[in-house]
Design a protein around this ligand. Structure first.
Ligand SMILES: [Zn+2]
Length: 162
């Protein structure tokens, strides 16, 4: 699988060049940052040449395995950018290597504090905190009736007479 994405400039079609395919996810080279690449970098791009400027627009996508900051479970996170727009200087070049720019755009989309929720998953830690906060036993609540059938307010009413 290709590891570089290059746009050839020779005999560049006037109405633009369509680029689509996949590049090896190894190009992300981020295995020691808490996220690792588990898919190729997919791209569907259109390149247009204006004088000495190459404009590349379209979409890129890739999937990463991340570790949740709270429960430490691993989960997959998909980055998808649909409105990519990059510009490259073509002066004196026969082709433009756009790999590094695409790589950066995708990596910028990775969350700094990964949590299960960003991939729509339920975090185990949230479940535990949720259970703790929720009053699962209404008997222990202030508003619940006392075991005798009287409310706590009844009990307070009786207090002055004693
Ligand atoms: Zn989690």
């Amino acid at each position: 699988m290709q590891t570089r994405i290059k746009v050839p400039l020779e005999e560049f079609p006037e109405d633009g060049l369509v680029l689509h395919g996949e590049a090896d996810g190894a190009l992300f080279d981020i295995d020691n940052t808490g996220a690792r690449s588990v898919s190729p970098l997919g791209y569907e791009l259109e390149a247009k040449l204006y004088d000495t400027e190459l404009l590349v627009s379209g979409s890129v996508y890739a999937t990463f395995r991340m570790r949740c900051d709270r429960c430490l479970e691993e989960f997959d996170y998909e980055v998808e950018i649909d409105d990519l727009a990059l510009s490259f200087d073509t002066k004196g070049k026969f082709e433009v290597d756009i790999t590094e720019e695409l790589r950066e755009e995708v990596l910028l989309e990775l969350p700094g504090y990964p949590k299960c929720e960003i991939s729509g998953l339920k975090c185990k830690i949230n479940d535990i905190i949720g259970d703790f906060r929720l009053d699962k036993d209404p008997q222990s609540g202030v508003e619940s009736p006392a075991p005798s059938g009287q409310s706590v307010w009844d009990a307070l009413d009786q207090f002055p007479s004693k």
